[in-house]
Design a protein around this ligand. Structure first.
Ligand code: GNR
Ligand code: NI
Length: 185
C-alpha cells in the first residue's frame, strides 16, 4: 500500500522513532509499504516517520542511480563507524522540490536487523548509499536535511513548503516551468 508522505514541517517528523521490539509480520508489511511508497515517489530512500509511523525502520534503493546496488531494508539501524567528509546535494521526499548541499561522512558502517530479523552489517558504504544511510537514520532521530542548513536557508524553504501545502489543499497545480513543482531528487 502506498502511503501519503508527510511534508515538513510536521510535528511527527521531529519525533524520535521507537526501536522495533521484534521483526514480525507487521514490520515486514511496513517494509513492503515503505518500498512501494518510495518507488511511487521515485525516491532513493524512505524512513517510517515520513509516513507517520514512529518505528526505527528504513529502506534504501539506489539501484536506479548506481549500478550493482540492491534494495536495503533496515530495522533498528545503528551507525557504528564513520570517516571522511563529503558534501552532497541532498533532497528529501518530505521537502519536495528542494536540494541543498549537506556535509556528511564519506564512509559509514551501519549495523541493523534485516527483514528476517537477522543482524546485518553494511561495511564502509560510500557514495549515495552512505549519504542516504545518514539521511534516513537522521529521520529516525527527528532530524531532516534542512536542520543541517543555515537558519536563513531553512526559513526560506519553510515558506515555500507552507505555500506548497496551501496550494495542495486548494487543489491547485504549480505553474508550468516552475522548478518547485518537481522534486529535485
Ligand atoms: O530520494 C532521495 N534522494 C536523496 C538524494 C540525496 C541525498 C538523500 C536523498 S534521500 C531522498 C529520499 C528521502 O527523502 N528519504 O528520506
Ligand atoms: Ni528524507
Amino acid at each position: 500500500m502506498v502511503h501519503e508522505i508527510l511534508i515538513w514541517p510536521d510535528p511527527r517528523l521531529k519525533e524520535k522513532a521507537r526501536p522495533v521490539p521484534a521483526v514480525d509480520t507487521a514490520i515486514r508489511a511496513l517494509i513492503d509499504d515503505l518500498f512501494e511508497t518510495m518507488y511511487a515517489a521515485e525516491g532513493v530512500g524512505l524512513a517510517a516517520p515520513q509516513v507517520g509511523v514512529l518505528s526505527r525502520v528504513l529502506v534504501i534503493d539506489a539501484s536506479p542511480r548506481q549500478e550493482g546496488q540492491t534494495p536495503i531494508a533496515l530495522v533498528n539501524p545503528v551507525l557504528v563507524a564513520s570517516r571522511g567528509e563529503i558534501v552532497w546535494s541532498e533532497g528529501c521526499l518530505s521537502v519536495p522540490g528542494e536540494a541543498e548541499d549537506v556535509k556528511r561522512a564519506e564512509f559509514v558502517t551501519v549495523r541493523a536487523l534485516d527483514r528476517d530479523g537477522r543482524p546485518i552489517e553494511i561495511s564502509d558504504a560510500s557514495g549515495l548509499i552512505a549519504v542516504a544511510l545518514q539521511h534516513e537514520i537522521d529521520h529516525l532521530d527527528g532530524t531532516l536535511f534542512v536542520d543541517h542548513l543555515s537558519t536563513l536557508k531553512r526559513e526560506v524553504i519553510r515558506r515555500r513548503m507552507k505555500r506548497l501545502k496551501q496550494e495542495r489543499a486548494e487543489g491547485k497545480t504549480a505553474p508550468e516551468g516552475d522548478a518547485g513543482a518537481r522534486p529535485a531528487l
